[in-house]
Design a protein around this ligand. Sequence first.
Ligand SMILES: *Cc1c(COP(=O)(O)O)cnc(C)c1O
Length: 408
Amino acid sequence: MSLHPSIGMFDVAEDILAVGGIRLDRLAERVGTTPFFAYDRRLINARVSYLRSVLPRDVKLSYAVKANPMPALVQHMAGLVDSFDVASAYEMKTALDTVVPPARISFAGPGKTSQELSQAVAAGVTIEMESAGEATRILEVGNRLGIRPRVALRVNPDYQVKGSGMKMGGGPQQFGIDAEQVPGLLRHFADTDLDFVGFHVFAGSQNLHADILCDALSHNVGLLLSLADACGFHVRYLNLGGGFGIPYFEKDQPLDLLPIGQRLNDLIEGSIRPVLPDARVVIELGRYLVGEAGIYVTRVIDRKVSRGRTYLVVDGGLHHQLAASGNFGQVIRRNYPLVIGNRMGGQDCETVSVVGCLCTPLDLLGDNVCLPSAEVGDLVVIFQAGAYGLTASPTAFLGHPLPPEILV
Ligand SMILES: *Cc1c(COP(=O)(O)O)cnc(C)c1O
């Protein structure tokens, strides 16, 4: 079995996986219970440093909190990134608890309630408007509170980004304002008390193709600069989106960041700075920053053979880590990388199915995987659990307790 690149990011000592320098068996004792999630600070730090070394200095880095909103992790991110992107009042609260100033927190997403908008305006965050109706409600809130709301306009581009795991731009969308409607909307709100700071475009997620991401960045810059040119206000903010993917499956190749850094550099120097010398240029990333730094650890409760197939039954499942079961936006179910964390040296390999403890056939964590022969009590580790793990899972399903999350 070839080692998946994200497994290789973790240390192994005496055949035991280590997280943040701590052996997994000891970590499990420290936590006191399984299953649990563990996030490795050092891996997050290394990822951010690498990004900073490749991206132009002039590009600011924003963390999309919805990827992993664990408060301790968000606090840690506050020391690493320049800004936060939030998508709910709860995420906004978590971000406001950090040292990141409110104006550096952007609030995106469709269906923000008037209550959420009031909280956002009162907090002084930047609201990324997703529709004309939302703009009207923000204005009402601002008038009521006597505050001039800081807003940016999220644009739904007139092109699609190919190769993204999730498309969130191009064609009809619940996200953003169609590019062709933007000039009319800006005219309509021109003499109101909305403080327009700039534009945002986010067209897709989980893309592993550097060439496509480069083209998307060029398109996004072209679109936003043409809107900026015609908008009639001083553009201070250009959020170019992101969508950088991580390798979940065996055949996935990690994203090659170098051409993206080069393209951003060309765009900054050749296109953006000549016309907008002082605008804040932002890339916003979620899973790329934290996804590979997290693992989900679950213990083997039972081992059984049914008509020739061996099952490892674990104490976790899709109620904590839905994505690994293949039920979070995947078309064809494929296995997330997984290992027996206390048998990393195992040469022999047996083919087993790893299933969770929920009473549904959907609760499949590893289908016909080749693993060292495991026993009851062993620790199964599922990788790529640092983003869209616990908070993207149906935790109430079957009523098991919530698993602890730790940052090491
Ligand atoms: C979800 C989201 C992100 C983060 O996406 P990743 O794939 O985790 O990088 C960034 N921006 C917006 C607006 C989002 O909705």
